[in-house]
Design a protein around this ligand. Structure first.
Ligand SMILES: Cc1ncc(COP(=O)(O)O)c(C=O)c1O
Length: 366
């Protein structure tokens, strides 16, 4: 059978490696009580109001969703005090990132990001056959001064993952301002703020304020993290109206399904659930810091719902031994940090269980 040749650009695309699903681990290891601390999901789950809202749409499943997602975009705009024309929603923020690449990148163009970071920026550039400028992190934090110095005339998009996945570190308002003041015209600076609702540093950048001041910035956010709706796939971008108009030209007509739109609106209205999730995360973060400290493991202060921890030895065997005990983590190998683990902050009993298992595993491996 003679099939057409796929595009040359595909050779550079590596498949995304997600955290292992619970069902797969249960099946493989014959365990029943498996917990996932691997994909930075909300261990509290979604708001019950969001669940109800999506259920109410199901009887109308024969009707196409609102392709313009007017109600959801209005709800996001109201919540963040921006215009609906500054908002586009996507099938997860993953889709929004790909839309940005599809809208802006010719093969001769480049994107820039710090490394290691979330893999989807590189993926989006590669799909388009565009170039990448990957600037190493400094102290496991985006090095905006080095990034500024590395911008080339063909750089169109800069992705700043803030707080950064996988390290949990952040760039502060001063660093962001300095960067934006130095960026040449014709570059869009995209802050990926998937975890922004967890950030509590007083000097965390106010990207919406920078947007209001006229800087060429956009923020990409999601309902997958603190809103607990990762399975529904809803993310969004807030940016300059002209950017949003171009993204709308290229998006699929019905990219966010009706139950997802309804659930996202209800989730946004239930800020009590968000607050409860935030408080649980803060307590869990303190608990895990104490556990890592007791085990003598270095970790980086996190502005998110996960912690990057150095286990002081190759982390893959630690990851595997912890998995055997029914806890799924992310091993640092995927992030070019072979001694690190990324641990999603869980509920109190889950963090406790991880502490006990990690202690045993580290003792046995010595
Ligand atoms: C930094 C970052 N951006 C974006 C995403 C994608 O989220 P979504 O579920 O909205 O596609 C993730 C998911 O882990 C992430 O860590």
């Amino acid at each position: 059978m003679q099939l057409p040749k796929s595009r040359a650009a595909l050779a550079r695309i590596e498949p995304y490696i997600p955290g292992k699903p619970i069902a797969e681990v249960q099946e493989e290891l014959g365990l029943t009580d498996v917990i996932k601390m691997a994909s930075n999901e909300n261990p509290l789950g979604p708001s019950p109001k969001a669940v109800l809202a999506m259920q109410e749409t199901l009887g109308a499943a024969h009707i196409y969703p609102d392709g313009a997602a007017r109600a959801l975009r209005q709800a996001i705009a109201t919540h963040w005090h921006v215009l609906p024309e500054q908002v586009i929603v996507g099938n997860g923020s993953d889709e929004v990132l790909l839309l940005l690449a599809t809208t802006y990148l010719e093969p001769s163009d480049a994107i820039m990001y710090g490394t290691p970071t979330f893999s989807e920026y590189a993926y989006a550039a590669r799909v388009l056959g565009a170039k990448e400028i990957a600037v190493p992190l400094k102290d496991e934090t985006f090095d905006l001064d080095a990034m500024l110095a590395a911008i080339t005339p063909n750089t169109k998009l800069v992705f700043i993952c803030n707080p950064n996945n996988p390290t949990g570190t952040y760039v502060n308002a001063d660093a962001a301002q300095r960067f934006l003041d130095g960026v040449p015209p014709g570059v869009l600076v995209v802050f990926d703020e998937a975890y922004v609702e967890y950030a509590d540093a007083p000097d965390f950048p106010d990207v919406l304020g920078l947007l209001a001041q006229g800087y060429p910035v956009a923020t990409v956010r999601t309902f997958s993290k603190i809103y607990g709706l990762a399975g529904l796939r809803v993310g969004y971008l807030i940016g300059p109206e002209a950017v949003v108009a171009d993204l709308h030209r290229i998006k699929q007509p019905f990219n966010v399904n009706a139950p997802a739109q309804a659930a996202a609106i209800a989730a946004l209205e239930d800020q009590e659930h968000v607050e409860k999730s935030r408080r649980m995360n803060q307590a869990g973060k303190a608990q895990l810091y104490a556990i890592f400290d007791e085990l003598g493991l270095r970790c980086w202060p996190s502005q998110s719902n996960f912690i990057f921890v150095d286990v002081g030895r190759p982390s893959q065997p630690v990851y595997e031994a912890v998995l055997q005990q029914g806890i799924i983590l992310r091993s640092g190998a995927a992030f070019n940090r072979p001694n690190a683990l990324r641990v999603t902050i869980g509920q109190e009993h889950e963090n406790q269980r991880l502490g006990t298992v990690l202690k045993q595993v580290l003792q046995n491996l010595h």
